[in-house]
Design a protein around this ligand. Structure first.
Ligand SMILES: Nc1ncnc2c1ncn2[C@@H]1O[C@H](COP(=O)(O)OP(=O)(O)O)[C@@H](O)[C@H]1O
Ligand SMILES: C[C@H](O)[C@H](O)[C@@H](O)C(=O)COP(=O)(O)O
Ligand SMILES: [Mg+2]
Length: 471
């Protein structure tokens, strides 16, 4: 029997702990714990409840005892850019502020006064999202310089949980690249950039790569859980882990479909050409120093907020069914408009946009949902055209991975609008990528190529082709 690895995958809307092990050359998964994640108001900021999330992680680990399974390793991945700062006593200096917090409004423009946008892109290759870590730290420096001065350790969210598990501090490469503070060519923290911004470079930890064994559990946790585990660094940026699970990357554009839609390709080198800057593509770090050439699209965040606005009266599946029935409704919004990043009420924001653009205003839940899905695909289509322009080639296939690949209507609209073959799955791509990185660290899987073969043979996918009648 092969060793068990435990993946902790926490996205912006949900977290899950999934056991994985190899059996007869296939990867067997067992989801042992799932919980909601969401932004909470703490003082004047939107924050993540990291104490609650760590308690959920421990609750999930404790379920292993009920299953009589002692995993050999554990690996944690989460959303990107956000962080915790520790003081000299290893205590958090601030709450874990969420990337949707307005504290970075206008900060990007302030940073461009210190380092021109084009130079920043040429050095880091990272897309300009106003919530990137670089802007969060610059906002903190301007508003609370005394906090930054006291900071002795910068830990991104997965690394903070690793610290709570092991007492060890390290930054992991794939997530570090999302900060826009790592040089795309040296793959190290850009100390010249940090000096220019007046951000203390000493608080950043050594950058480790995926498959690194960080350490083992603290004595206190070993006695709580009843067993020890190796704490392995997967690609701790959840999208970095998700992309590992794309079984066939040749001629394929992936859409990591969850709270965000991350649409792109895997590359061996960074692409920082003017067109990539103009279209705002990113070169986030991948496993084995590959690159994830992609862009953020607002994603299913919008339907999550619509669902919340309806007080969770409808499930995601019911919203899809209601959307299907609205065949005549065709209004479209620009999902990537900042107005949809954190509106008071998503339904009203969508309705106002349609009013302002003289389109039919969606009224029913089905019309609202259909508007979200059609609008997302409109943005996907533009991104695909941009990718094909930059690569000067046509990609015949789109692979939708993550929770959003369960949305069969969305998959079909993608196939209809792009006239490409759409492959849906695996759903838990992030956790799968997390697990195979751990199994590589344990010597159970040789390399990424073998991992992708195992993944291809282990999980069913569904294929969609352009339909004759647009549903
Ligand atoms: N049964 C379903 N039908 C349609 N969409 C679904 C279904 N289940 C989940 N989803 C979609 O998947 C999304 C969550 O994907 P997930 O990858 O878990 O997100 P994250 O990792 O960002 O928390 C939901 O917002 C929802 O839109
Ligand atoms: C803020 C980042 O762009 C975001 O974390 C994105 O990179 C990402 O990883 C989103 O993952 P979800 O699972 O939360 O959609
Ligand atoms: Mg996710």
């Amino acid at each position: 029997m092969s060793k068990y690895s435990l993946a902790v995958d926490i996205g912006a809307s949900s977290g899950r702990l999934i056991l994985g092990h190899l059996e007869n050359g296939k990867l067997q998964l067992n989801e042992i714990h799932r919980f909601e994640n969401n932004i909470v108001q703490k003082g004047e900021h939107y924050c993540w409840d990291v104490d609650k999330l760590f308690n959920e992680i421990k609750a999930g680990i404790n379920k292993c005892k009920d299953l009589d399974v002692k995993p050999e390793s554990i690996g944690i991945d989460t959303w990107a850019v956000d962080f915790v700062l520790l003081d000299e006593n290893n205590k958090p200096l601030t709450d874990a502020v969420a990337y949707r917090d307005p504290r970075t409004d206008g900060i990007m423009e302030e940073v461009f006064k210190v380092i021109p946008k084009e130079k920043l892109y040429l050095e880091t290759g990272i897309q300009f999202q106003k919530f990137n870590t670089i802007y969060q730290l610059y906002a903190l420096k301007q508003k609370s310089p005394e906090v930054l001065k006291k900071a002795k350790a910068f830990l991104m969210i997965p690394e903070y949980f690793n610290f709570l598990l092991t007492g060890k501090k390290a930054n992991e490469y794939t997530n570090a690249t999302s900060t826009q503070l790592v040089n795309a060519f040296t793959k190290k923290w850009d100390h010249e950039l940090l000096d220019k911004l007046g951000i203390n470079k000493e608080m950043f930890q050594d950058i480790k790569t995926p498959k690194t064994v960080l350490g083992t559990l603290s004595e206190e946790l070993v006695s709580e859980f009843g067993f020890d585990m190796k704490v392995v660094l997967p690609a701790t940026h959840d999208t970095g882990s998700a992309v590992i699970s794309v079984p066939e990357l040749e001629d394929t554009i992936y859409i990591s479909s969850g709270t965000w839609s991350l649409i792109g390709v895997e590359n061996r080198f960074p692409i920082c050409v003017p067109k990539a800057l103009e279209y705002n593509f990113t070169n986030e770090g991948g496993i084995d120093y590959r690159f994830r050439f992609l862009k953020n699209i607002m994603g299913l965040w919008m339907i999550q907020e619509v669902k919340r606005n309806y007080n969770d009266k409808y499930t995601f599946a019911e919203l899809v069914d209601l959307a299907r029935s609205e065949k005549e409704f065709n209004s479209i919004v620009n999902v990537d408009d900042d107005r949809f990043l954190k509106p008071e009420n998503m339904i009203e924001e969508i309705q106002n946009y349609c009013k302002e653009t003289n389109q039919q205003v969606p009224q029913s839940p089905g019309q609202i949902a259909k508007c979200v899905y059609e609008s997302l695909v409109d943005s996907y289509k533009h991104a695909i055209n941009e990718i094909e322009e930059i690569f000067e080639k046509t990609f015949p296939k789109v692979n939708v991975i993550g929770g959003g690949c369960q949305n069969e209507m969305l998959n079909q609209i993608i196939a209809d609008v792009t006239n490409k073959e759409v492959v849906a799955g695996p759903i838990e791509a992030t956790a799968i990528g997390n697990i195979v990185a751990q199994l590589m660290a344990l010597g159970e899987i040789k390399d990424i190529s073998q991992a992708r073969t195992i993944i291809k043979n282990s999980f069913e996918v569904k294929t969609y082709k352009q339909s004759l009648v647009r549903g």
